[in-house]
Design a protein around this ligand. Structure first.
Ligand SMILES: *Cc1c(COP(=O)(O)O)cnc(C)c1O
Length: 234
């Protein structure tokens, strides 16, 4: 199946879901997660109308992004941030960093940005399933951490991100619902430097559930590009 065809199928599923809930597709950002896929696959996705791409490793992104020739709107960083890779990441000018998972990481990013007089939009990653293998703040600690992070003047918190469970998608529905609830609570709190615009949740296996529960930013990889072969060519 071709990349363009996959994108068309995903878009029509998204549209059908949105129609049910009376939302418009303009409020949804579809990010093609390009990690492990080669540049020619990324080009095919961009030619098929993808405007946002996401990578989770700074080194891989640094290698691939300069080779992309088709224009697009933004590069999203969605992986765990290591402090020794911050400057390399900032050089790639990410439009949004989805994966701020601690006050510590936020502080490191703030210092790196401050040194070069730059700013960044960020999302706060929540470990909604509370699995040990995943990064992110817990629901219990999120609000106080967000209050702390909001004081870093180089950062603008634009929303929340989570990764659902890799189980059957319905397992994640209550987690996504809880994310939406936290998102709305934070919006109500009206914290300076915090704008709750983006709720980034939903991947290849659970994007329709995430959408139903209020996501407006989907991160989809394998449903667009096919199964990933880690360690293979990329
Ligand atoms: C890999 C990845 C995705 C996309 O996963 P697929 O199952 O291939 O759609 C989304 N978000 C994050 C953070 C990822 O690392």
């Amino acid at each position: 199946m071709s990349i363009a065809k996959n994108i068309e199928i995903i878009r029509s599923k998204i549209d059908a879901q949105l129609e049910k809930s009376g939302r418009s597709h303009e409020e949804i950002t579809l990010i093609a997660v390009t990690k492990t896929y080669p540049v020619d696959a990324i080009e095919s996705a961009l030619k098929a109308g993808i405007k946002h791409i996401g990578e989770n490793k700074v080194q891989e992104a640094t290698r691939k992004i300069p080779l992309i020739s088709t224009p697009y709107d933004g590069f999203h960083f969605i992986g765990h941030l290591q402090s020794n890779k911050l400057n390399a990441l900032l050089n790639l000018k990410p439009c949004l960093i989805h994966s701020i998972d601690s006050v510590y990481v936020a502080q490191k990013l703030h210092l790196a940005l401050g040194r070069s007089n730059r700013f960044s939009d960020i999302l706060i990653q929540i470990n909604s399933s509370e699995e040990e293998s995943k990064n992110g703040l817990t629901f219990d600690t999120a609000v106080s951490a967000i209050l702390d992070i909001s004081r870093y003047s180089t950062l603008c918190i634009r929303g929340l991100m989570t990764i659902g469970k890799l189980d059957a998608p319905e397992v994640s529905r209550p987690l996504f619902a809880k994310m939406k609830q936290l998102f709305e609570e934070l919006k109500q709190m009206d914290i300076p430097n915090v704008k709750m615009d983006y709720l980034s949740m939903g991947m290849s296996h659970d994007y329709l559930i995430a959408l139903e529960e209020g996501s407006n930013m989907l991160r989809i990889g394998s449903a667009i590009f096919g199964n990933r072969s880690y360690g293979g060519r990329s």
